[in-house]
Write a protein of this length. Structure first.
Lengths: 436, 256
């Protein structure tokens, strides 16, 4: 192996080389070993986290890896960094390294039985990690759920803006429609509320109806999307962007002026049904369905329409149906996300679904990467964490995030991880070391 | 009965008459050519027949079915495939995806299959992949199958476009200047491929071409279009010796 040359002309290449050397022992580590490492880390945190945090000068466990301190109390951050290394980095890397062989054997064995088992095992591990991690504080639980919802939002927006390449600004409108429709459904049926009067059904088994409420929310959002989808047959690009922006404002003003859903005051008292397992479940379903769709020929038709509509229609692709599907499908998932969001926050008002939310959603899509499921997940997670870290800046965080977006657009115009296919089987299969 | 029958087709762009009283009969398996100077309306005729424009007057009948008034995707799925003069490929898609995409109208698994990955979808996608690979083999670009199409050399891009058009399983194939911008070597290869495709699949071909060598070699019947009107129609031999065609191409001799 070549040594890292000190006089390397490109520092970037040198850093990449350094990374590859550091990561060399981990190259063929299967994902299941990493998950086991994560599990060990969060269990350790559960037991010794608090005492370690106190020993390092913090009064409680740093909720989001200490990123909340960076701006607020910079002095504490070294402690948080040390905490991260001791609690997360070391256990994860050590366990991943130790279980590499075992993990590969396990992953290989899991593939000999129906693949769904392997997927469920991986997801189960992931959920367990998330569950234990978020048990530490309510704040973590809230952020975890909001990030999972953001993943659904980003993916659904990516279907329209990335896969179909139409710059749609109507997403907050779709989310609002979903949030309100689901909220009305659950509040009317199961909650004694001063807007809608006494509950029609007992709340005890209402939880089982929550998916129905969410799906209704999704369909209401999809219904609203027809208003944007029909003009998309005739216009493209800037004009459609303006139409979709208009749609967002229509929804917002409509909700502000409808007194029976609370008008500008909004609507509260949603039942607390959007707990972590529920949100996790829906996020997984969203990733699965959307990933299935964009990999099929019907989904690739979106790319064909984006790249050359004339050629697409000359190659038998029904462009109208394709556009309609993209808008309705994207809006449906935005509606689901809206319903979950309303039940996490347990309060909705029209002001939430405005330009700020639009900026946030667009930032997640364009930062993470167009036309990519992995990119959407990365974008949703990173922008959300960043946004939490910048919370002490209050409104000025909307200077920092757009600035980052500008930098990404300049250096990677299509986002961090764009135009990449997400292959679940490739992710969970054992990583074979090449035989020498 | 001819496979493709165009009767008295006329088209106006505003007040401009782009095509006047155009007629065409293509028999199954026949290779026909359309030649004419720049701006004669050749590509307009392609666009009119394939449904990108709707003809102002006239009839287009493919295999007994009327085509006028239908959208391009419907016309294409009835068995009329085409390529474009300046390549229209999807710049973010791989070669294999291009050919599979043209199987769109053959897909029966519907949105449910697309969303939930049903068994029907897996079978159909697999079958389409087989068909696509066969077509890429036929056009000689199989080794590029997982490349993004914009990374390919020009000649290979043309072949991908041809393979994509063939995936529709056309009864008739429209080629809009299949050798435009090619060097002599690529040109010979392209002609070879068109011949091979015709021999193997046996559909009718209707092509626009500027290079006389290509038209004269490939076509059984040639039409000459000047300013939107047909001035001659016949075998290559007849066209070659037709004084009107010579005039249109080389200009009239000035009488001394």
């Amino acid at each position: 192996m070549t040594k890292i040359s000190g006089n390397s002309s490109k520092t970037g290449a040198g850093i990449a080389q350094l990374f590859s050397r550091v990561l060399q022992p981990y190259k063929y580590t299967p994902i299941i070993s990493w998950l086991l490492g994560g599990l060990v880390a969060v269990i350790i945190e559960q037991f010794v986290g608090l005492s370690l945090a106190r020993a390092l000068g913090m009064y409680k466990i740093p909720a989001l890896f200490g990123i909340l301190f960076i701006l607020d109390k910079p002095l504490l951050f070294t402690g948080a960094l040390l905490y991260n290394i001791l609690i997360y980095v070391i256990p994860i890397t050590v366990v991943a390294r130790l279980t590499k062989f075992l993990g590969n054997r396990l992953a290989a064995w899991l593939l000999t039985i129906p693949h769904i088992v392997s997927i469920v095992v991986h997801l189960g591990l992931l959920y367990t990690i998330l569950h234990i991690w978020s048990e530490v504080s309510d704040y973590r639980l809230l952020v975890a759920r909001l990030i999972l919802i953001a993943i659904i939002v980003t993916l659904s927006l990516n279907v329209i803006n990335g896969y179909m390449g139409e710059f749609s600004c109507s997403h907050p409108g779709f989310i609002a429609l979903g949030a309100y429709a689901t909220s009305v459904f659950t509040i009317v049926l199961f909650v004694d509320d001063n807007l809608f009067g006494p509950a029609l059904l007992p709340i005890s088994f209402g939880f089982l109806f929550f998916p129905i409420g969410l799906i209704i929310g999704g369909f209401v959002a999809a219904l609203g999307a027809i208003i944007v989808a029909v003009p998309s047959f005739r216009t493209r690009g800037d004009y459609l962007a303006i139409i979709s922006l208009a749609f967002m404002f229509i929804v917002k003003s409509l909700l502000e002026n409808l007194e029976w859903v609370g008008g500008p005051r909004g609507m509260g008292s949603q039942p607390d049904w959007a707990n972590l397992p529920t949100v996790f479940f829906w996020a997984v379903i969203a990733v699965w369905v959307i990933n299935n769709f964009v990999k099929s020929t019907l989904g690739k038709a979106l790319n064909a329409v984006r790249d050359d509509e004339t050629a697409a229609s000359a190659m038998t692709v029904d462009t109208r149906k394709t556009k309609m599907t993209a808008f309705l499908f994207g809006a449906f998932w935005a509606g689901i996300a809206g319903g979950l969001f309303a039940h996490v926050i347990r309060y909705v008002n029209p002001g939430t679904f405005g330009l700020t939310m639009l900026a946030e959603d667009l930032a997640m899509v364009y930062f993470g990467g167009l036309n990519s499921v992995v990119g959407s997940i990365v974008g949703a997670v990173s922008i959300n964490l960043l946004s939490e870290a910048l919370r002490p800046l209050e409104i000025y965080k909307w200077i920092v995030i757009p600035l980052m977006l500008i930098l990404v657009m300049v250096f990677r115009p299509t986002g961090l991880i764009s135009f990449r296919e997400f292959d679940v089987m490739k992710l969970i299969e054992p990583k074979q070391e090449p035989k020498e | 009965m001819p496979l493709l029958h165009v009767k008295n087709m006329t088209h106006y762009f505003g007040g401009l008459r782009a095509v006047h009283d155009y007629n065409l009969k293509v028999e199954p398996g026949q290779i026909c050519g359309l030649i004419g100077p720049n701006g004669a309306g050749k590509t307009t005729i392609f666009n009119l027949i394939t449904g990108i424009y709707k003809p102002s007057e006239g009839e287009v009948i493919l295999d007994g079915q009327n085509l006028v008034g239908y959208k391009p995707n419907v016309i294409a799925s009835r068995g009329l495939a085409r390529t474009f003069q300046n390549l229209r490929l999807w710049r973010h898609m791989t070669v294999l995806e291009h050919v599979k995409q043209a199987r769109y109208s053959k897909i029966t698994y519907g949105l449910a299959g697309a969303f939930f990955g049903t068994n029907l979808r897996i079978t159909e996608e697999g079958e389409n992949e087989h068909i696509a690979i066969d077509l890429l083999k036929l056009t000689g670009v199989l080794h590029f199958k997982d490349e993004i199409v914009t990374n390919l050399p020009y000649g290979a891009q043309r072949r991908v476009e041809l393979a994509r058009a063939l995936a529709i399983e056309p009864k008739i194939l429209f080629l809009d200047e299949p050798t435009a911008g090619m060097n002599p070597e690529e040109l010979v290869q392209m002609m070879e491929i068109v011949r091979r495709v015709h021999a193997e699949i046996g559909m009718a071909i209707f092509l626009i071409e500027h290079r006389m060598k290509v038209v004269m070699d490939l076509c059984e019947m040639i039409q000459t279009l000047v300013f939107g009107e047909l001035i001659a129609e016949g075998t290559p031999e007849e066209i070659r010796n037709n004084p009107e065609v010579i005039d249109a191409y080389l200009g009239k001799e000035v009488e001394a």
